[in-house]
Design a protein around this ligand. Structure first.
Ligand SMILES: [Fe+2]
Length: 286
């Protein structure tokens, strides 16, 4: 039994196609998608089309990630303000390029699941953690240990951190296939894994694949996303080419600088000049 496990696509349909082709060449039996299908890269509808086509052609399992939750929350909450900016512009652009039926699809997905098949040990899969799509588990062995203790299987598959890794705690294991679309590390190569199943357990095989990053970067321009989320786009392009992620640090610093200057910050509404200041302060060569 071979399962291709793909997480954190983030609208990077080019990297997704590369991973799917690679997995099909290895004759995988099933596909498992761990959420965060959309946002950050351009044309989310292209990614959604691949997702729907995969669902028609192959045995697939889907769960939803925190980015899908953001979209669903935005549909429900008419008071939430997203603007064309480096903080919420990518989310707004993504929302505007999704259809109601895409959002309905997300709404129908669970945030975690159990893989159960006769002849194979069961395992649990999720985006962040089994209880929350937003929980971040990389680098926190204590938190991971607590979560693993509470599930009655030996293997937990999770994504969300964009870091490809496998962590063993006692006789249990957490395995993260990394990110297909905006991967951290490995020089920005697209990441996914194949889980090989036998009667006695599951073994992960990690992959890092070269793909056409230039094509993804070109789409920021073609779609106008580079104008709608200027610094966010530059941070993403840097991440795509290098595997180095500065976006969270940059937005956090921009928020601090804004507050220091006595300006009120409402949610993601941070004026563009503070993001620019943060980029300079962090000496990022974008
Ligand atoms: Fe996520």
């Amino acid at each position: 039994m071979k399962i291709a496990v793909l997480g954190d696509i983030h609208s990077n349909h080019t990297a997704l196609e590369t991973c799917i082709t690679h997995a099909l060449e290895r004759n995988v039996d099933e596909f498992m998608f761990l959420g965060d299908y959309i946002s950050d890269c351009a044309y989310p509808q292209k990614t959604m089309q691949i997702v729907y086509d995969m669902n028609k052609k192959y045995s697939c399992r889907f769960i939803r990630g925190n980015r899908e939750d953001y979209m669903l929350h935005h549909r429900k909450d008419s008071q939430e303000v997203w603007t064309y900016s480096s903080t919420s512009g990518s989310l707004l652009y993504t929302y505007e390029n999704l259809s109601e039926s895409d959002l309905d699809f997300f709404e129908g997905l669970p945030i975690s699941g159990f893989y159960e098949k006769e002849g194979f040990p069961s395992f649990c899969y999720c985006h962040g953690s089994p209880a929350s799509a937003r929980e971040y588990l990389s680098g926190d062995k204590g938190k991971l240990e607590k979560i693993l203790k509470h599930i009655d299987v030996d293997l937990l598959i999770g994504a969300h951190t964009h870091i490809q890794e496998s962590v063993t705690v006692g006789n249990k294991k957490w395995v993260n296939p990394g990110s297909v679309g905006v991967p951290i590390g490995h020089g920005g190569k697209s990441q996914y894994m194949i889980l090989h199943g036998t009667k006695s357990g599951w073994q992960e095989e990690f992959f890092q694949l070269e793909y056409d990053v230039d094509a993804v970067v070109k789409e920021y321009e073609l779609s106008g996303l580079d104008q709608k989320a200027p610094w966010w786009t530059r941070l993403n392009i840097h991440l795509l080419y290098t595997g180095e992620d500065h976006s969270a640090a940059c937005i956090m610093l921009a928020r601090e600088l804004c507050e220091e200057a006595g300006e009120e910050v409402n949610g993601l509404d941070i004026p563009e000049k503070y993001v620019e200041m943060a980029v300079k302060r962090l000496e990022l060569n974008l």
